[in-house]
Write a protein that binds this ligand. Structure first.
Ligand code: 5GP
Length: 118
């Protein structure tokens, strides 16, 4: 396999990361270069390159990823104010071609975000 991503290497414990949550379908890690006080990445174990590559059969997985995003937001105490971002394609800012959801929030959940660049 030629397209092993950095996220697959994190999932396989070949590269260290702060793992917030994991289950049989996905992991959640802290972003190495946070764009907000809370910046987590929800990553499916299945290495779908980008959202638009997901198949009809991936619909349950995609729903699960959304649920997990809400769950880790609750765990982080930011359930009243957070954003989800998915960059699809290089021109949209995607740099790691392994589907992932950015969960972004201010720690105080005040409703204003310290960064608006994602
Ligand atoms: P994208 O630009 O593809 O939507 O998001 C990729 C994200 O992965 C970026 O926010 C980047 O900071 C993060 N990232 C890239 N490499 C690593 C890594 O090795 N560890 C962690 N924790 N995050 C990473």
């Amino acid at each position: 396999m030629t397209d092993v991503t950095i996220f697959t290497r994190i999932i396989n414990r070949e590269i260290p990361a702060t793992i917030i949550y994991e289950d049989d379908l996905c992991i959640v890690i802290n972003d190495i270069s946070p764009q907000a006080p809370v910046h987590m990445l929800v990553i499916p174990r299945q290495p779908i390159a980008k959202l638009a590559d997901a198949s009809v059969g991936n619909k349950p997985l995609l729903g699960h990823l959304l649920w997990v995003a809400g769950e880790v937001a609750r765990q982080a105490g930011v359930e009243e104010a957070f954003r989800l971002v998915i960059n699809n394609g290089q021109a949209a800012g995607q740099t790691v071609f392994h589907l992932h959801l950015h969960v972004l929030a201010d720690r105080d959940a005040s409703g204003t975000f310290s960064e608006a660049n994602m």
